[in-house]
Design a protein around this ligand. Structure first.
Ligand code: NAG
Ligand code: NAG
Ligand code: NAG
Ligand code: NAG
Ligand code: NAG
Length: 495
């Protein structure tokens, strides 16, 4: 065989392998693309139990199949939930994206729909699982930048054609491919390339998926010559962009790559070439793998500060969140005593939505607590976001909280006046630090005896920043009111 004939047979398996191994690149795409809150429903606490149960149930199937729906109709009011990752996300990114949306959606006082760039989460009061378009609430977001200067009519037309083509392709293959597809066309002749992703929610059948995507494509098309558009419908998500934003899909939903490999491999008779290809592919893979594992320690500051814990480690540390390990129930979740593999004892907070004052934003909380450190503030040791729920790991304090010390009847330990003063001063120092000493102004908003923890020397440590809010330096007060219960009880109790 001449060299001309041999090169495609090398190139083919190499191409296929490098395509396969580039899958390892990781990005959970948690950028917020759209949030719609349904404020029309009456705000009251009655949806909370079902809401929590639905959000708790969904991740079980998100872990297995990258999407899930769950609903509870009794006792009323009914709550319906749906979560879906886009088909190109790898398992871990899907969980990260879900974790992000689960912590973000409760920004809505009641029901809502949240579109992140990598996943979707909706909780609503009716069965919306077969809904395709919703003229009132579907959103189209065109970017502000144009891909082509306005005076170049010809290139503009060419760009629109290219968008049109790619959108048509992505629609057709998504309908055939269980509701998900990506498509791309490289640029040429000075006109930018176009990449697109289409995702229908898996509760739709192929016909409804087509209806939804046809509507979304014609809307997205109207954005040209803008360089990017996102059409966010009740039943699907469609995005095109001049930059490649998706990963090459893997596993479920797309078998095309494996098929490519199979064909490529059987097409080439030379086992040697395959071995060379595999070797190069493996090199590539290990490089990518390193990148991936560093990306998995998301997000930003968590990876830098080594705050990251594996979910399984924490699960084992608490004996699978055994009741006997439970230390207490805080505003933002229950706290368990955990013993890490190295023997270190820690307190692990399991975040759930069980109060009206939702944990606004897990990521912000971690960033916030990690940046402020003071002897009178409880120290955050780390967190886990990959598992079915978000966990925070704090230092463990053996004397537990002040309310327990104060209110135990026949207490073996009655605090002396010196000890009380020591606790008050420590609490005040911690608060002073929060209120400005740390370079930010942080209002705790829920100071009470159960949030003052005591170490072995009765040093006060303020806990539970779940409700804390940063305020801008020019704001002198908070307008959102007092969040806590029993506010002020510390002063009355301690003295
Ligand atoms: C609904 O309520 C949320 C939170 O209170 C608010 O941010 C949002 O602007 C409201 N949306 C509408 C459409 O009124
Ligand atoms: C969707 O399902 C509801 C009931 O679950 C039904 O009333 C409605 O007709 C369905 N809509 C479509 C478009 O299939
Ligand atoms: C559209 O998306 C951009 C980010 O891609 C965002 O900054 C902007 O606020 C969005 N516009 C609307 C109306 O949501
Ligand atoms: C999930 O959605 C399907 C429709 O695709 C529906 O038949 C099923 O009842 C839903 N499951 C739950 C638990 O609501
Ligand atoms: C998409 O569907 C909505 C609701 O049926 C309709 O009002 C709108 O005109 C459709 N848009 C396009 C571009 O087809």
């Amino acid at each position: 065989m001449k060299s001309n004939g041999a090169s495609p047979s090398i190139a083919l398996p190499l191409l296929a392998l490098s395509a396969y191994f580039s899958l390892a690149a990781s990005d959970p795409r948690i950028t917020e693309a759209g949030l719609y809150c349904d404020n029309s429903t009456v705000v009251d606490g009655s949806i909370i139990p079902n809401y929590i149960a639905v959000l708790r149930e969904i991740p079980k199937s998100v872990t297995d199949q990258h999407w899930g729906n769950y609903s509870l109709t009794s006792p009323p009011p009914a709550v319906y939930g749906l979560a879906q990752c886009h088909g190109d996300l790898i398992d871990n990114d899907c969980l990260l994206c879900y974790a992000r949306s689960r912590n973000r959606l409760p920004a809505c006082p009641n029901f809502g729909r949240l579109y992140l760039d990598g996943c979707f989460l909706r909780v609503d009061g009716y069965d919306f699982y077969n809904e395709t378009v919703d003229p009132m609430h579907d959103v189209l977001n065109c970017s502000s930048n144009s891909a082509v200067p306005a005076d170049q009519k010809e290139r503009m037309a060419e760009f629109s054609d290219r968008v049109d083509q790619v959108l048509r392709n992505v629609l057709a293959s998504a309908v055939l491919n269980k509701g998900f597809a990506v498509a791309g066309k490289d640029g040429a002749g000075g006109v930018a390339g176009v990449y697109a992703l289409a995702q229908c929610w898996s509760t739709l059948d192929a016909g409804s998926c087509r209806v939804c995507l046809e509507n979304a494509t014609s809307k997205a098309r109207s954005c040209t010559p803008r360089e990017e558009a996102r059409a966010m419908n009740a039943g699907c998500f469609l995005r095109y962009s001049t930059t490649k934003f998706y990963s090459v899909p893997v596993g479920r939903g797309s078998s095309t790559i494996r098929v490519t490999i199979a064909i490529a491999l059987s097409a080439t008779a030379a086992t040697l070439l395959v071995l060379i290809g595999a070797y190069i592919g493996y090199k590539e893979y290990s490089k990518k793998k390193q990148v991936q594992s560093s990306l998995m320690r998301l997000p930003m500051t968590i990876s830098k500060s080594g705050l990251y814990f594996k979910y399984e480690t924490l699960e084992k540390a608490t004996n699978f969140f055994n009741e006997s390990r439970k230390l207490g129930q805080g505003g933002a979740g229950s706290v368990y005593k955990g013993i890490l593999p190295n023997g270190k004892v820690v307190a692990i907070k399991r975040l759930v939505f069980n109060t009206r004052q939702w944990v606004d934003d897990f990521f912000n909380e971690v960033n916030l607590i990690n940046r402020i450190q003071h002897k009178n503030l409880i120290r955050l040791l780390g967190c886990s976001i990959e598992g079915p729920e978000s966990l925070l790991v704090y230092e463990y304090l053996p004397n537990r909280s002040l309310d327990l010390v104060l209110s135990v009847n026949n207490a073996t330990r009655i605090l002396t006046w010196e000890e009380r003063l020591h606790i008050i001063t420590g609490t005040a120092e911690g608060l002073a630090y929060l209120h400005g000493g740390c370079g930010m102004k942080i209002i705790h908003r829920d100071i009470k005896a159960s949030n003052i923890l005591l170490d072995e020397n009765l040093m006060a440590k303020i806990a539970d920043f779940g409700l804390a809010r940063c305020i801008a330096p020019d704001q002198s007060h908070l307008s959102t009111g007092i969040a806590g219960t029993l506010f002020g009880s510390i002063t009355s109790r301690i003295i």
